[in-house]
Design a protein around this ligand. Structure first.
Ligand code: URA
Length: 232
């Protein structure tokens, strides 16, 4: 728990003295209520602060969950077409937000964007083995032999050895796939090697972060303090 004057002064936008004045003038909202004193204490992870009606960001970094639609590229700039940054307000591009990892152009689902390079590095590090969960629909009928092949760790035609992966069949042509790595077109290549090409692919989760099902394709929201804490 930290004092309100300390929390707001930590943004560098106001001195502690200025915060005291703002509070006296009734211009500071903490969790939706007018703050009565600059000495009130709040949890910096969860408190929602606003000055003159404008939300104040306490965190140094921004974390955005995007429901990536099919048809856009997981890049910041690309001469060849629309990128995921084009789906967000311009201020995020200016801050230098970038996607954490890539989804293929035709893959949809959870994509995290941030300007926190250290966290992105952790999540992408092959050594960390952060699980990624996908929903795949294939052209073909899945069976136990596919699950066994995924679990054993497949070797693809070009010699790529995949780590063991999870395959939970939920319909004859649909499965939940858990990957601990993210090689180029990996899921498509694994199913292609089984003779059952992928028809559609959607990422549902990365580590503990799950796609918010209230977000339609193309929609986004910032992560909650609890989600950021979980990722870290
Ligand atoms: N595997 C793929 O083949 N494509 C993706 O976008 C993600 C995982």
């Amino acid at each position: 728990m930290k004092r309100l004057d300390k929390l707001l002064a930590s943004t560098g936008r106001w001195s502690r003295g200025e915060v005291k004045r703002l509070v006296r003038e009734g211009r500071v909202l903490a969790d939706g209520r007018v703050a009565a004193s600059a000495e009130e204490k709040y949890d910096e992870e969860t408190v929602a602060l606003a000055v003159d009606g404008e939300a104040v960001r306490l965190s140094e970094y921004v974390y955005v969950m995007l429901h990536k639609p099919a048809g856009v590229l997981s890049a910041t700039e690309d001469g060849r077409g629309r990128t995921v940054l084009d789906l967000l307000p311009g201020e995020y591009k200016k801050r230098g937000l970038f996607p954490v990892g890539r989804l293929d152009k035709d893959t949809e689902g959870l994509l995290l964007l941030t300007d926190d390079g250290a966290l992105a590095h952790e999540l992408l590090s092959p050594r960390k083995h952060v699980d990624k969960l996908y929903l795949a629909r294939v052209d073909g009928v899945l069976d136990g032999s596919d699950a066994e092949a995924f679990a054993a760790g497949m070797t693809l035609g070009d010699g790529l050895r995949c780590l063991p992966a999870g395959l939970e069949i939920i319909a004859p042509d649909e499965a939940l796939v858990t990957l601990r790595e993210g090689k180029f077109h990996q899921i498509k290549r694994m199913f292609a090697a089984r003779g059952k090409p992928v028809v559609s692919l959607k990422r549902l989760a990365t580590g503990p972060l799950t796609l918010d099902e209230r977000l339609a394709p193309g929609e986004w929201r910032e992560l909650t303090a609890a989600e950021i804490a979980m990722l870290k």
